[in-house]
Write a protein that binds this ligand. Structure first.
Ligand SMILES: [Zn+2]
Length: 60
């Protein structure tokens, strides 16, 4: 028995940035631009560089 999810299919999800119907390769965003906006927000908001330690022995 197949369990069909009513959320999947041909229904378009609204773009999380502007609310327009999203489709194609830029899902879940409507366009590369909106994807960029979200990405930039994510980068500026919570981007952490791991391993960036200041070694006291190497700080001379
Ligand atoms: Zn959008």
């Amino acid at each position: 028995m197949q369990n069909e999810d009513p959320k999947t299919g041909s229904k378009l999800k609204p773009c999380p940035e502007c609310g327009k119907p999203a489709s194609g390769a830029t899902l879940p965003f409507c366009s590369p631009r909106c994807r960029d906006v979200d990405l930039n927000r994510w980068l500026s908001g919570s981007y952490v560089i791991p391993g960036k330690e200041t070694d006291p022995e190497d700080a001379e």
